[in-house]
Design a protein. Structure first.
Length: 84
């Protein structure tokens, strides 16, 4: 198996970055929060941005609609919707 490392400092692979993106991370800062990638020397931040691209971002779309974007907040909204 061929691993393509994005962040040498923390050993984060391109696959891991894509998995975090699929889970809702839309920015290099959110990837850093999830994996530490980009928080040491910073040389991988542009590569992470390239992987993320400029596609749709579920979290950003929710925020633009004034809705909560975090999983815990979404669970609370779902519970409130069920009660109503």
């Amino acid at each position: 198996m061929n691993r393509v490392y994005v962040c040498s400092c923390f050993g984060i692979t391109e696959k891991q970055v894509k998995e975090h993106a699929d889970a809702g991370a839309c920015t290099p800062r959110q990837i850093a929060s999830a994996s530490k990638a980009g928080t040491d020397c910073g040389s991988c931040v542009r590569r992470i941005q390239g992987i993320l691209g400029r596609g749709s971002c579920p979290r950003r779309e929710l925020l633009d609609q004034g809705r909560p974007a975090l999983t815990a907040e979404l669970a609370e909204v779902a519970e409130l919707d069920e009660v109503a």
